[in-house]
Every structure is written in C-alpha cells, then in structure tokens.
Design a protein around this ligand. Structure first.
Ligand code: COA
Length: 381
C-alpha cells in the first residue's frame, strides 16, 4: 500500500536532532552550558535575572543593563485586575499549574505586542512573561487559599519575590541566594518536552503567549516538571532513611516508575544533581531537617545497584522546596517561574529563524479497505 520506503523511526524522538540552538547544550556525560557558560560557574555567583538576560540576549548584561532589566521585570509584575478576577473564579482546588496555564493564556490580549513576532517585540514580551509568571503562581496560590494576593515588593528580585509573596516576609539573603541558584539550574535544558512544545507552537508563527501556554501544559506532566511534586509525595511516604531501600525494592518489584530518576539525555548523571544535593544538605543543617538527603542518597544507591539509573534534579529539588517552606503543589510552578526564561529565549530564536516544525508519523492502521457506507440495520461491516 505504502508509496514510500519505510522511514527511520525513533520512538519518543529519542536521539533525534530536531533543530539547532545557540541557547543551551546538554552534555550527555553530565554537563550543562548556557550560551557557552558552564552552569556550575554561574549557579554559585550569578543572579537569575543575569542568566535570564543571557538566555534571551546571547550576552551577559553590563551592570547598567542588568539594573534596567531588573527594573523592567519589577514594573511588569502586577497582573491586570481582570486576570486576578479570573483566578478568583477558578475552583479552590485548581492545581497551581492549571491556574498558571490559564493565566498565561488570559494575559495574551493584554499585551500590546501580542501579535508582533519581531525580535524586539519578543524580548519585550519575554520580560513581561518572566515577571508575570511568578505573580500568577504566587497570587493564584494565595487566592486558592482564600487569601488576598500581596502587593508587589519592587525592590526584590524574582527569587526574593517568590518568598515574599508567599507570606509577606522579606527573606534573608542566604535564602535569596539559594533560590537564585535553584532558578539558574532550572532555567533552560535545550529541547526538553515543554521547550519543544513551545517551539512547535511558535513555529506556526503563533505568538509567544500561545507558545508559553503550550509549554505550561507540557511541563505539568509527572514525566517532566511534575516529577518534583511527585518526588515529594514519594519522600514523604518513605519518611526515614532506614525505610528507603526497602521502599525502592518494593516499588521496583511492582515495576513502578520512580519519580526523580532517569533522564532521556544524561547517561552518566544529571549535571544539576550535585549542586541541588549540596543545597539540600546545607538547608537540612540550617533548618534541622537532615534526613532528606540520606533518604535520597539511599534511593540513589539502590537504584544504581538495581537498574543503573541516576537521579535527576527533581529528586533533590523536592525536599529543597519543602525545607524552604513552599507547599509541594508549588514545586512545578516554581520550576516554570524559572524555565519561562528558557521558553521565551527559544521562542525568540524560533521566530528569528523560523521553519515550521512538522514531523511525519509511521502509519500502523488498517490496510486500504473499501468504504461501504453505514449499514441500514446499524451492524458494523
Ligand atoms: N523508574 C523506574 N524505571 C525507570 C525509570 C524510573 N524513573 N526511568 C527509566 N526507567 C527504566 C524504564 O522502565 C525502562 O526500562 P525497560 O527498558 O526495562 O523497560 C528504561 O529505564 C528506559 O526508560 P524509558 O522510560 O524508556 O526512558 P525515557 O528516556 O523514555 O524516559 C524519563 C525518560 C525521564 C521520562 C524516565 O526516566 C522517567 O519516567 N523518569 C521518572 C520521571 C522523572 O523523574 N521525570 C523528570 C525528568 S528530568
């Protein structure tokens, strides 16, 4: 029947090079680079805004450019009142990722640059999205608890605001530094599923909000961003390190997928894990919760012995967010508050060098068969 030879096929697009990018490189041997800079160097010293600027513009900012970028983000934070009202209309049990996806979609028509896909307009939209994704998450969360959103604190950075908007307390410097590192680790990861979804949407020349809405929907799934919420449920269930090995053996015997383990690209370990593990260790000492790291380490050792699979960043991100006093439902949204910088950078790059992303599929349905119409007695032919 087929008029073409059987094409090469890679389930899940594994190993397929689906495009070029100058933004980020994931080294399967456990490295990660943003625009030529090793994240290990930046994670310690850079701010999230500096990295977001780098991802969007290709160069690190000067002091003046960074200051201006921070001010633009701070000024763009408040949501239109119509969007706040929409968040209030959602059922109280709405997951924060669903609030975020709906909120990003509703923000679109409020942006004066919405349908301008030029480079400069896209950078302006990206700045607004980086600001407002955080606000949607934190305002939406307070609204879901029946509380009023807190007004903005323009002097705080993206990292500082995530804490401030939770409870109105200006966070200590070490917490802000820690959050900057976490946001830097999550900011981009080349053609991960949500970024690819954003690029597919952008490749039709749809606008940046449409692309980020697609990305939010894609990030939610537990095989992708949703894993950091699911990992926390698992760690809570395990409870203490002496239970971790047996828990893992039982789960593997049931052929369960263990959240926070495995990765499509990294084969020798996730380059972000050592940094996130050290944050978890440091935080454990600071807040007196030192058992999370041994639980994770026991799980890691058991998984390595049994299946030769490595932990990914979400395993350690889960207890880190918990120790920073964020509820687990905000784990994936905070990931989004960072990854939005990467999504937007990829949309800019896609629009600047666009070609429609439209792969083929391998047809596995029935052979060609005659159409006989609907049977008069309703029986299937
Ligand atoms: N727990 C148990 N087994 C796992 C596993 C995990 N977390 N991740 C992979 N495996 C096993 C699979 O069962 C499969 O084994 P098999 O060949 O015996 O069937 C093998 O490893 C390959 O896994 P596969 O799901 O095909 O790899 P993938 O590249 O398609 O998937 C992930 C990558 C990340 C989706 C996958 O590892 C996963 O589901 N991890 C858990 C979710 C998670 O932490 N996501 C965050 C990623 S950063």
């Amino acid at each position: 029947m087929s008029t073409e030879p059987k094409p090469a096929f890679s389930p899940g697009l594994a190993g397929v090079i689906a495009g070029e990018t100058e933004i980020c490189w994931v080294d399967p041997d456990a490295g990660l680079m943003y625009r030529g800079y090793d994240i290990h160097e930046m994670a310690d010293k850079a701010s999230f805004e500096e990295v977001a600027y780098l991802l969007l513009n290709g160069q690190l900012p000067t002091m003046g450019e960074l200051q201006r970028f921070r001010m633009e983000i701070a000024a763009a934070r408040p949501l239109p009142k119509e969007v706040l009202n929409m968040l209030r209309l959602l059922p109280k049990k709405t997951h924060p990722m669903d609030m975020l996806r709906t909120g990003v979609s509703m923000l679109a028509p409020f942006d004066p640059d919405l349908n301008d896909n030029s480079h400069d307009a896209n950078i302006r939209k990206a700045t607004r999205l980086i600001a407002q994704v955080s606000t949607l998450i934190m305002d939406g969360y307070r609204i879901s608890l029946g509380l009023d959103p807190l007004s903005e604190h323009p002097d705080l950075t993206v990292a500082g605001n995530l804490f401030y908007k939770l409870n109105g307390e200006v966070p200590q410097d070490w917490k802000v530094r820690m959050m900057d590192t976490i946001l830097i680790l999550y900011a981009d990861h080349e053609f991960n599923a949500s970024t690819f979804a954003a690029r597919v949407t952008a490749s039709t020349l749809a606008d940046m909000y449409a692309a980020v809405t697609s990305a939010c929907g894609t990030l939610k799934g537990p095989l992708h961003g949703g894993a950091n919420e699911e990992s926390m449920k698992m760690l809570d269930d395990i409870g203490t390190s002496d239970r971790a090995e047996k828990w893992m053996m039982d789960a593997l015997a049931k052929k369960a997928k263990i959240m926070g383990f495995g990765h499509r690209v990294y084969k020798k370990g996730d380059s972000r894990v050592p940094i996130m593990r050290e944050i978890a260790r440091d935080l454990g000492k600071r807040v007196g919760k030192e058992d999370w790291v041994p639980i994770c380490e026991t799980l890691e050792a058991t998984m390595e012995r049994e299946k030769h699979l490595c932990a990914n960043v979400d395993l350690y991100a889960a207890p880190v967010f918990t120790m920073l006093e964020f509820p687990p439902a905000l784990n994936t949204p905070i990931f989004a508050a960072s990854r939005v910088a990467g999504w937007c950078a990829h949309v800019v790059e896609q629009h600047d060098h666009n070609r429609l992303i439209r792969p083929r599929s391998l047809y596995t349905g029935p052979e060609m068969r005659p159409y006989k119409g609907v049977s008069p007695n309703g029986a299937k032919k």
